[in-house]
Design a protein around this ligand. Structure first.
Ligand code: GEK
Length: 242
């Protein structure tokens, strides 16, 4: 696995973070050292898939990057009537995702689409996963996507939404930001790497609070909304359509 040292050297001009070839090359290392609980979420997506994926339906992975979520779910679902749809608008990601999934699940029914997750039609879905990706959409576009997902889900189907959290209480926000930076230091990132990455993400990754997420999922139509996971300032929600 290639080591993420993209922000290790001082950058004369900091540009907004983008999912380039350089990022895709180090992505597995970057996400594990940056997102506390990432591996647990990925493993549990397999368990959630066992519970919610239905025969003759589709399972969507929106913002699929290198396909880790799809791989975890496909390895737990042996039902060949299920189609997996991975969507990501970074061709650097989708090209590598194609290779990863071909290697690990050569006989899987997987379609990999390079497009904006807002442009695709969601239909006959029993499970939709948005693992750490809604946060990259403009806030005013988020409800529309959740509504489209709700309408494309079958009855009994579910959406799993994982996100970085913001806290409404100032002290709590500071406390969890500090803890997150400590997590990054513990994983070998330097002060320079942490601060340059923070600046690069500032206008790109806009987190919402737990309350906003729950309210928006309910507004989108979901009858049951639960938070099933949290590790520091990263959380995951399960929203079920009755
Ligand atoms: C994982 N889910 O390993 N349309 C399509 N893709 C997008 C869009 C968009 N509008 N915006 C961002 N992306 C993965 C991790 S990473 C999370 C997801 C992170 C894509 C972007 O190209 C990237 O691959 C992914 O969403 C976000 O479980 O890097 O923090």
């Amino acid at each position: 696995m290639s080591k993420d040292d993209l922000f290790a050297k001082p950058q004369p001009q900091l540009v907004d973070f983008a999912f380039t070839d350089a990022v895709a090359d180090v992505f597995p290392d970057m996400i594990r050292r940056s997102v506390p609980g990432y591996d647990t979420v990925i493993a549990l997506l397999g368990v959630l898939a066992r519970q919610y994926a239905q025969a003759d339906s589709r399972v969507y992975d929106l913002g699929s990057s290198l396909g880790a979520a799809t791989l975890s779910m496909a390895q737990q679902l042996r039902d060949h009537s299920i189609d997996f749809i991975c969507v990501d608008n970074s061709s650097a990601m989708t090209q590598r995702c194609q290779q990863v999934l071909k290697r690990h699940i050569p006989n899987g029914n997987v379609s990999i689409i390079c497009d904006d997750i807002q442009s695709i039609t969601i239909e006959n879905a029993s499970l939709v996963v948005i693992n750490f990706t809604l946060q990259f959409l403009a806030p005013e576009q988020r409800l529309g996507l959740l509504q489209a997902i709700y309408s494309g889900l079958r009855s009994g189907g579910a959406l799993v939404l994982s996100e970085k959290l913001k806290f409404t209480d100032k002290t709590e926000q500071q406390q969890f930001t500090d803890l997150h930076y400590e997590f990054k230091r513990a994983n070998g990132y330097s002060e320079l790497e942490i601060s340059q990455k923070r600046s690069a993400l500032e206008n790109v990754l806009i987190p919402d609070s737990l309350e906003v997420h729950k309210k928006r999922l309910t507004q989108a139509g979901f009858q049951q909304v639960s938070q099933w996971f949290q590790c520091l300032n990263f959380a995951s929600f399960l929203a079920v359509k009755h």
